[in-house]
Each structure stands twice: as C-alpha cells, then as structure tokens.
Write a protein that binds this ligand. Sequence first.
Ligand code: UN1
Length: 506
Amino acid sequence: MAAKTLEKTEVHGNYIGGKLQKAKGGETFVSTSPANVDEVVGQFAASTPEDVTAAVDAAAKAYPEWKKTPAPERAELLLKAALLMETRKEEMAQTMVREMGKVIKEARGDVQEAIDMAKYMAGEGRRLFGHTTPSELRNKFAMAIRQPMGVVGVITPWNFPVAIPSWKILPALVSGNTIVFKPATDTPLCAQMFVQVLIDAGLPPGVINFVTGSGSKVGMPLVEDPRVRVISVTGSTQVGRQIAGRCGELMKKISCELGGKNAICVMDDADMDLVVEGALWGSFGTAGQRCTATSRIIVHKKRYKEFLERFEARTKALKIGNGLDPSVDVGPVVSKAQLESVHSYVDIGKKDGAKLVVGGNILDDGAMGKGCFHEPTVFADVKPGMRIAQEEIFGPITAVMPVESFEEAIQVANGTDYGLSLSMYTQDVNRAFTAIEELESGIVYINAPTIGAEIQLPFGGVKQTGNGHREAGITAIEQFTEWKSIYVDYSGKLQKAQIDTHNNQQ
Ligand code: UN1
C-alpha cells in the first residue's frame, strides 16, 4: 500500500481503564478494505501480553464497584447505548461495509442486532431471576441467586463485527462482570465503534477494556491470566478447541461458538418459489460468511432438476461488487487469505467429482482484482462424503445434493460433525414436526433458510459446533453468572436436613 495513504490514516489505540493507550511496544497493524485492499481503514495497536495484563488489572479493579451497582442501574447504561447506536447506525454500517465487506443492508442488520440485544439486556436488568423453592424443614427459607463472576474475556470474529461482540459483552455487563475485549484483527474499527458507544453511554472506567492484536499475543494471554474467570469465544473449531482445552486445564468457564455445515432440505411438496429465494439468501447472504450459512441444499429427487435450473439462473444473475452500492447482492470476502481458502474448495469439489454448475472463479479483472471477490458458486450432484459436503467453507460456495426420501434427507442433513442450523421446506405439518424432532442442530427452521436468528432465542449448536452453551436470549445470562444457593433458618434451633425428616433420627 502507498506510504502516503498510511501516513494519512488514523492511528487507534487500546482502551484500558478509561484511557486510550498505545500498545506497550508502540507497534501497529493496519486494517484494510476487502473491496480494495489498498485502502487502509485504520492503524491499530499491535498489543503485547503486557497490554493484556494492564487491561485485566483495570477490569479487576473496576469489578467490585460494578458488581455492587444495582442491576437496573447497570441496565440503564445499556439502554443509553441502544439509543446511541440508533443515532449512529448508518455511520457504523457504512464503516462496517468498508472494513468487513458485507453489503450495506446487511451491515445495517448487523448493527440492528446489537441494538436489539442492548434493549433486551437492558430489560434483563430488572429480571435476572433466581429461584425460591420450599425447604423440606419448617421455618426455613431456600433460594438461589445469580452472581457475576468477575473479569470476562471476550474473543470475537470478523463476520458479525458488531452483533457478535454485543451478544457476549451486553449480557456479561448487565450481570455485573467487567470485560477485556479482543476483537478479530480484520475488523478492529467496527469493534472500536461498538466500544465507543458503551463508553459514551457512561460505563465507568475499567468496566470495558479493549485490546487489539493477534491471537497469540492478546488472545492466549487473556485465556492464561488467572483473574479472567470466563472466556467467551466465537471462531473456528480449531481455535475453539485450543482455547477450550486450555480453559479446561485452568478450570475456567468457557463458551465456544464454532463452525457449522448448515443445510436446507427440500421435500417433494415444497413451495419452490420460497425455496429458491431462501436458498439464495442462505447461501450467498454475507458472501456465505455466516456460521449459519446454507452450504448444503438437500433436494428430493422429484424436484431436483427443477430446483437446480431455477437456482442456477438466479445465482448467475446476482450482482457482485462493493457493498456500499445498494444494488449489489454479494460483496467481497473479508481478506485475500480468506479468498484463497474459499477458492481452494473449487478444486477440491471438482477433484472429488462434484459438478460445478455456476461460478467457481476469483474475480481479478481491473478494479475487482484489488478486492477479494469470489463468484457465487454452485456445485451439483454432491455426495455426502465429499469434502465440500463436510467441511466449513465460509464463503459463497454451496453444494446441491439429491436424495430419495424424507428419511434420507434427515440422515444426510445430520451426517456432518457440526450441528448449528438446519432447515426443512415442506407443506406437510407431520413432516415439519418430525424434522423439528429429528434434525440434530441447535437451530431448526421450517420453510425458511438457515440464517436469520433473532436475539431473543438461544443461539448455538450441537456436536462440534460448540460446547453446549447458548448465546442470546435468556440463556446468554447463564454463561456470565454463577449460582449461589442460600438457606435461611429462622426456627431458632438446629434443624438437620435429610435427618429430621422421614423419622430418620430414630
Ligand atoms: C453468525 O453467522 O456467526 O442468524 C451469526 C443469523 C444472524 C447471526 C449469524 N442473526 O444468521
């Protein structure tokens, strides 16, 4: 990139204990635009493990006071953050398109998801329900309350650079924890805008700390610091496994939101107009870079040819380009490295014997060549064992697979290591409910594609997609609180549970 451009770009720092700070070593890295990698979006602190220690110091110091702040008061700040984000929504969305590449209407949706989460978690400040339950003894009261855990480490990906941080940070804050946040190196500016909103809403110094840099110099030191009690990470299964393994040894609470290999099943009675629209949106929305993206389309043989013809035609007509142009359907993928990784699956698919029916190319002519553009790509006649039917590609490539029956569709849909989002298109209520019962995934859609989860329901997956936790909705609170069970004996005498009952003392 031209040195001149670099000189002109803003240098952003970490945000530690209420102050903007350079990385200890003074080093920086650049964030560039995927629509034109010569365009520098900003320079950011290339932080060191010492910066992480300073951030954890600040979070640990701020914790006792934040914990004591009544939850409804904490929640007021989240509501302010929601209202502020509403006023900054367009600016945040435009910046997201520049830095991450998704098309403008989806970038607005990403910010909207964070606004929705902020409003939901603001409401949670006046709930945070515990339990009361009868004691087995007279004049004794039994209850359980939720308590915050301390310092939470948040590690997030680039594909939903505002929404995913909000899923983790907002429930952790309303529950009374303090945060050290390490965003993806591809999208530090989006993350910083979100942190800025929280600061402007009035979070006290040290309650949220922001440290940019690599996984090895920032992410792992965060995992290692003994004062960090909880880690919440979204990323690849490989990264998640490494972090979860270490957290297991250190006895830390860890929630992982990892890969997916999501599928739409299309039955012989499906409404084909709905299927084609859904398959396009699920496969190529966000250029296929969603954990929930539709990367397999499993079609009953009676409708296979019809589906393929219509899907091919619609895919060919998609407009590819810079996401700031509102007429563009599919933007770039996030980086040149991601472009290479996605594209390698075109050869893998061909070698495994799948039939390439649309796309398959990197767009490298003229201005397009400066960006990370990959054609929306469709493989047909894909067999369940092929790598393109098993591995997460995380780009605009989808695999169409014929099946003989409803039972076989369920079997193929379930036949991967992952289990995030699966969908069934049918008009038959019995089949719909059988699919709900039998699809092995954390999220099931009927007559809708695999993307588009709303924040008020649990989000997460089974099998290699995660470790049993769910983000969003009320379940998000589980990750960031611990239960404390309390017994109050007001009988004025020693009462013995299990012994003073059922005549056990005789
Ligand atoms: C992701 O892909 O990591 O359900 C998150 C959806 C979005 C969130 C996706 N609301 O597609």
